[in-house]
Design a protein around this ligand. Structure first.
Ligand SMILES: CC(C)(COP(=O)(O)OP(=O)(O)OC[C@H]1O[C@@H](n2cnc3c(N)ncnc32)[C@H](O)[C@@H]1OP(=O)(O)O)[C@@H](O)C(=O)NCCC(=O)NCCS
Length: 196
C-alpha cells in the first residue's frame, strides 16, 4: 500500500511541472538562458519590457537574474553582463539610468538578511535594511561589484572590480575597494572639448 502511495506521490510530483507556477518558472529560466548573441537578447528585452517598472531598450547577456520586476527600472542603452543579479524586495526600488554598464557577476539588492536575533537561524529572520539602489546615467560597475541597499551612485561614476558599495558615490567619481572609497574624480582628467 505504501509503495503504491509513493508511486502516486511521485507521479503527482512529476506532473506538477505542468502547473502554472512551474510553467512560469521554466519560461523565465528559458528566457534568461537564451544565448547572448543574435536575435536572442532582443527576445529577452521584449520579455522584460512587459514586466519591469520602467524599461528603455537595454541589453542582457545570458544568465542575468532579475527579480522583483515591478520595482526595477533599467534605462535606455544599459548593458548587463553575465551572472549579474538584480534583486528588489519589499518596497525598495532598484533603478539603473541610461547607458549604465554592469560587469559580470554584479549583485544589486535592496535588502539584507537580519542578523539581530541569535536564537533564530538567519535564514528564518525577516529581511531588513530596506533601501533603494539608484545608479544614475553612464555609470560603469566592474566585475563582481556588490551593492546592498540604500545607495546612490552619481552620474558618470566608475566602481572598480570586486568593490562593495555601502555609501553614496558622488557624480563622476572613480571608487574602488570594499567598502568602496572614491580615489579620484573623472572631472580632473576630463578630455572632452568643453574642458580646459
Ligand atoms: C577602477 C579601474 C577602472 C581603474 O581605474 P584607474 O583610474 O585607472 O585606477 P588606477 O589603475 O590608476 O588605480 C588607482 C589605485 O586604485 C587601485 N585600484 C584600482 N582598481 C581597483 C580595484 N578594483 N579594487 C581595489 N583597488 C583598485 C590601484 O591598485 C591603485 O592603487 P595605488 O594607488 O595604491 O597603486 C579598474 O581598476 C577596474 O577595476 N576596472 C574594472 C575592470 C573590470 O571589471 N572589467 C570587466 C567588466 S566590463
Amino acid at each position: 500500500m505504501n509503495k503504491f502511495k509513493n508511486v502516486l506521490n511521485n507521479i503527482r510530483l512529476y506532473f506538477s511541472v505542468f502547473n502554472s507556477e512551474n510553467r512560469a518558472a521554466l519560461w523565465v529560466h528559458f528566457i534568461r538562458n537564451l544565448p547572448s548573441e543574435g536575435i536572442f537578447p532582443e527576445f529577452r528585452w521584449r520579455f522584460y519590457k512587459k514586466r519591469l517598472k520602467n524599461c528603455g531598450r537595454f541589453y542582457t547577456h545570458t544568465g542575468v537574474i532579475i527579480k522583483g520586476w515591478n520595482l526595477i527600472s533599467i534605462g535606455q542603452g544599459s548593458w548587463i553582463n553575465t551572472g549579474c543579479m538584480l534583486f528588489a524586495t519589499g518596497k525598495a526600488q532598484i533603478s539603473l539610468g541610461e547607458n549604465v554598464m554592469l560587469g559580470p557577476y554584479c549583485v544589486i539588492t535592496s535588502q539584507q538578511h537580519s542578523v539581530l536575533d541569535t536564537n533564530q537561524p538567519m535564514i528564518k529572520q525577516p529581511l531588513s535594511g530596506e533601501g533603494a539602489v539608484i545608479i544614475e546615467d553612464d555609470c560603469w560597475l566592474g566585475a563582481h561589484v556588490v551593492i546592498a541597499g540604500n545607495v546612490k551612485i552619481g552620474k558618470g561614476s566608475v566602481i572598480g572590480a570586486n568593490s562593495f558599495v555601502n555609501k553614496d558615490i558622488p557624480a563622476y567619481s572613480i571608487a574602488v575597494g570594499s567598502p568602496a572609497r572614491v580615489i579620484k574624480s573623472r572631472l580632473e582628467t576630463d578630455r572632452s572639448s568643453g574642458s580646459q
